[in-house]
Design a protein around this ligand. Structure first.
Ligand SMILES: *[C@@H]1O[C@H](CO)[C@@H](O)[C@H](O)[C@H]1NC(C)=O
Ligand SMILES: *[C@@H]1O[C@H](CO)[C@@H](O)[C@H](O)[C@H]1NC(C)=O
Ligand SMILES: *[C@@H]1O[C@H](CO)[C@@H](O)[C@H](O)[C@H]1NC(C)=O
Ligand SMILES: *[C@@H]1O[C@H](CO)[C@@H](O)[C@H](O)[C@H]1NC(C)=O
Ligand SMILES: *[C@@H]1O[C@H](CO)[C@@H](O)[C@H](O)[C@H]1NC(C)=O
Length: 544
């Protein structure tokens, strides 16, 4: 394995390490009192500030307790001058992604992208990470680890006839979650409440309207805000936009209609790149596809043992693990296709470890609580789920993975009467939506559909692969983002931004990133590369 490929692999593996490192933070959130106003203190580094804001658990019943939200910001260097423009709120998706972790990981790049007039502000949504109380059903990490959320447990086609026992597994989990929720937290972590929290943050900051940048699930949060508070939109950018109807159904089939385009690109570009750059090379695109089919058959007949030193954990690569690893690597093709090819080549030779490490669980407690709580209640029994899995089978070769969402929600028992769509409305400023031509988990059709619900909004297409525009550097895209935040300029309808990065860079390419001073003058092209690289290091499990 070349050093670069090893580097790629380690970068993906560091998903876990980053989470781990930030888990034992060097900042004590308990040292800041939660209050109704924003008092900022220096935290983590001299360029970053933190605060805790209280928010009512139930906005209709302020006496029903409160959340304490962890807020983090990179202040504008122009604070106090006439040029200062207030905060841009950022949400990294998930659902359940930590805004604190996002700002620590790539806040400096977000700041450079929007410009020095703005603070960049994010927050751990209610129930998440450093906000309290936190969503947690399990009493110990051992109990959590014993409850399988891996591909075998969440892919209804993992093995023939596994679905009924998976269904039972999530019925049990739904009961457990409800029984343990004695403080009644779960009914209040819905997306509409997070949108209300955003308005509260903005107002505590002394502004009247929201400036927002949300990616992936952050698009659901942004669209929900725009629906509930259409006259409070100053700027609203959503990138990696979900099919909103599908999110609230829940039926994620429409999200992955482009996943096979990414698969085809893997075959085509691997063939074009040649055997030096692509370890899974064969002499035609069809031959590479055939090799993959053979590999699927091989692990179906007999899974391959594996060991992940970073977890550390022993396991094996079976059919659902392989499928999941491939889809996970499609999130960031420009930095993971080489590693995927390497992993497939090793698997062919009986070594499953690299592939095993690429496959990350997608379901976790916050995902369940937020996705299943936001969506219409799922009452499907095992037979109904089986029909559903069958009905979306033709949509994509990865459809069984997203079918897992309906499966896990089938046991969910906390179903508050919260906002469940449809999104839409006439907003006080038009929305900017961004979609990649081939995004594996938020197909651009979602952006186009959502734009229709918000008159005047514009979809910018980034002509690349991967999940959200962060997957590939494009100075063109960041230029439009900056013009939108700074000048309120929307791209012309049908604007397409090119991506020029190779999918299989030659092993000699050195993509090591040089650390930059915050607010240092650098080109948009440099910002985009840094954003891609630092986002990759922080990206985590979860669907969006
Ligand atoms: C913020 O709130 C705290 C208590 O909630 C109060 O003591 C403090 O004076 C407030 N600060 C400002 C600037 O309003
Ligand atoms: C929030 O409070 C209102 C008014 O008391 C109540 O009707 C509603 O059920 C509460 N929502 C939740 C999720 O508990
Ligand atoms: C590809 O390789 C196979 C043997 O490995 C050979 O039979 C076939 O002709 C080759 N095809 C091309 C297009 O080179
Ligand atoms: C915003 O508009 C000003 C004046 O027209 C222009 O100089 C500047 O380049 C624009 N900024 C962006 C980011 O497009
Ligand atoms: C890659 O770049 C870094 C930083 O510029 C340098 O330290 C390193 O030696 C380079 N590696 C290779 C293989 O060129």
């Amino acid at each position: 394995m070349s050093l670069r490929n090893l580097g790629n692999l380690l970068a993906l593996v560091s998903i876990f390490l980053v989470t781990h490192v930030f888990g034992q933070t060097d900042f004590d959130w308990g040292s800041v009192a939660a209050s109704d106003n924003l008092t900022w203190v220096e935290c983590y580094s001299s360029t970053i500030q933190c605060s805790r804001l209280s928010a009512p658990m139930n906005y209709s019943n302020p006496s029903a307790g409160s959340f304490s939200l962890a807020l983090i910001r990179i202040p504008s260097p122009l604070t106090g001058t006439a040029s200062y423009r207030g905060p841009v709120l950022f949400n990294p998706g998930g659902p359940g992604g930590s805004g604190v972790e996002a700002i620590l990981g790539f806040g400096a790049q977000i700041s450079k992208a929007v410009g020095p007039e703005f603070d960049v502000l994010s927050f751990d949504p209610r129930g998440i990470a450093n906000s309290t109380p936190v969503i947690s059903f399990f009493k110990t990490d051992v109990e959590r680890a014993a409850f399988d959320f891996g591909p075998h447990a969440t892919d209804p086609t993992a093995t023939p006839d596994v679905l009924p026992s998976q269904w039972a597994h999530y019925q049990a989990l739904g009961r457990l979650a409800k029984d343990r929720d004695t403080a009644g937290v779960l009914a209040h972590v819905s997306t509409d409440n997070v949108a209300r929290d955003m308005l509260r943050i903005v107002q505590a900051h002394g502004q009247t309207k929201l400036q927002y940048w949300g990616i992936s699930y952050g698009s659901v949060l942004g669209a929900t805000f725009a629906t509930l508070f259409p006259d409070k939109v100053e700027r609203l950018l959503i990138d990696g936009v979900l099919d909103m109807g599908g999110y609230f159904a829940p039926d994620f089939a429409n999200e992955i209609i482009d996943a096979d385009k990414v698969l085809q690109a893997f075959f085509d570009e691997c063939h074009k790149a040649g055997p030096t750059a692509c370890a899974f090379y064969a002499n035609s695109s069809a031959a590479i596809s055939h090799k993959l089919d053979t590999l699927y058959q091989k692990v179906l007949a007999q899974p391959v043992p594996a060991y992940s030193p970073s977890l550390p954990q022993y396991g094996f690569v079976d059919h659902p693990t392989l499928k999941n690893a491939i889809l996970v690597s499609f999130y960031q093709p420009y930095s993971s296709f080489s590693a995927l090819a390497q992993g497939l080549a090793l698997l062919e030779n009986g070594d499953g470890s690299a592939l095993y490490q690429l496959s990350t669980p997608r379901v976790a407690e916050p995902v369940l609580a937020i996705v299943c709580g936001d969506a219409a209640k799922v009452t499907d029994d095992a037979a109904t789920l089986k029909k559903y899995v069958k009905s979306i089978e033709k949509i994509s070769s990865f459809s069984s993975i997203v079918a897992g969402v309906r499966l896990v929600c089938s046991g969910w028992r906390v179903n508050p009467d919260n906002f469940k769509g449809p999104v839409g409305g006439v907003t006080s400023f038009p929305l900017l939506l961004i979609g990649n031509t081939a995004d594996p988990v938020t197909a651009i059709a979602g952006a186009k559909k959502t734009a229709k619900q918000f008159p005047g909004s514009v979809v910018l297409t980034q002509d690349g692969l991967g999940h959200t525009s962060f997957a590939s550097p494009s100075a063109c895209t960041i230029g439009h983002i900056q013009a939108y935040f700074q000048n309120g300029t929307l791209p012309a309808v049908n604007t397409v931004c090119p991506v020029t990065e190779p999918l299989f860079p030659l092993p000699s390419t050195n993509s090591t990133q040089t650390p930059r001073e915050l607010h240092q003058e650098i080109s948009l092209a440099e910002v985009t590369v840094e954003l891609r690289n630092s986002y990759r290091r922080v990206a985590r499990g979860g669907f969006f």
